[in-house]
Ligand binder design. Structure first.
Ligand SMILES: C[S@@+](CC[C@H](N)C(=O)[O-])C[C@H]1O[C@@H](n2cnc3c(N)ncnc32)[C@H](O)[C@@H]1O
Length: 298
């Protein structure tokens, strides 16, 4: 069965885990690197029950999540990095923000301070997006003004086609947040999406994403974590399908038409936040990237 069909059958389990990780972090971290007070509302009954009890949290952390817990700083750090980038872009006049594979992301409900002049497009597979909207209703959270929820499968449809039917304005620059998704897509789908942003979107558009490093690049000390995480997501029906050599990524992006590229290689991400969050133990498995096209028309 094609991956896209398999994914369409049920809501994303990894999106649910991201919400639980954010909620747990806010509850227990001494100095949170990312504060998502709505993440708990995006969790299902299982995680809400677990997170309501220190004992249950410990049992689940030491049992179900024991093998993959070291990956949690990746989830939190990419959220922090993304929100820093979007805040800076809004200060510079950004008006369109596209969250690709939004999962249970709460940006539009949580950052009402940034929503005044912003159109937000949340793109996701139908089952995950429907579940998110249901959770919002159950929590009494209304759909925020300025947000369009767009159901799509990016293995089957191009980003441009999806946005076209959603009323997105390709003539105005946009920021595309694409966290927690690339490694679940085939490499050709990633390249097509990056190329589409570079060539079809307005000059000065930016894409933010995280990426899995090629297994051969990952240091020996993190190989076992890599394998455990790969097995964990594959068992939940969302296998990792692609990765990049971090040192080659800027060249790939430049070839696709990007000019301003910030590539934080997996072994450098931790140090970016370590002075404020010395206990953050970021595993060198996933890198972070911000890439913008020239502000001048070609
Ligand atoms: C791990 S979650 C990431 C959620 C959030 N963006 C974050 O930063 O944590 C992955 C999301 O990608 C979505 N996704 C996976 N494959 C997709 C596809 N082919 N088309 C659209 N969305 C997809 C899933 O439904 C899920 O919501």
């Amino acid at each position: 069965m094609p991956v896209s069909e398999a994914k369409n059958m049920r809501p994303s389990k990894t999106a649910e885990l991201v919400a639980a990780a954010r909620a747990e972090h806010l509850r227990n971290a001494l100095s949170p690197i990312f504060e998502d007070h709505l993440a708990i509302s995006m969790c299902g009954p299982f995680w809400r029950t677990v997170l309501s009890s220190r004992l249950l949290s410990r049992i689940v952390n030491d049992g179900l999540l024991r093998n993959v817990r070291p990956i949690v700083p990746v989830i939190l750090t990419r959220a922090r990095f993304g929100e820093e980038c979007v805040e800076a872009a809004i200060r510079n006049g950004l008006e369109q923000y596209v969250i690709v594979g939004a999962g249970h992301e709460t940006f539009a409900m949580r950052r009402t301070d940034l929503m005044k002049r912003l159109d937000v497009y949340e793109l996701d597979l139908a089952p995950t997006q429907e579940l998110k909207l249901r959770r919002m209703r159950e929590a009494g959270i209304g759909k925020p003004d300025g947000v369009r929820y767009v159901q799509c499968d990016l293995n089957a449809e191009s980003l441009h086609e999806v946005l076209d039917r959603a009323g997105f304005d390709e003539k105005r620059p946009a920021m595309f947040s694409w966290f927690g998704v690339t490694y679940y897509l085939e490499i050709d789908a990633i390249r097509a999406t990056l190329a589409g942003i570079a060539t079809r979107m307005a000059p000065g558009s930016t894409v933010l994403f995280d990426y899995l490093a090629d297994p051969a690049w990952i240091p020996a000390g993190s190989q076992s974590l890599y394998q455990r995480c790969a097995n964990f997501v594959a068992r939940r029906g969302e296998p990792w399908l692609s990765s990049f050599n971090p040192t080659e990524l800027p060249g790939i992006l430049a070839d696709l038409g990007y000019e301003d590229i910030e590539n934080i290689e997996p072994d450098r991400v931790g140090e970016r936040y370590s002075s404020q969050h010395p206990d953050l133990d970021y595993p060198p498995i996933m890198g972070l990237c911000r890439a913008s096209t020239s502000t001048k028309s070609p």
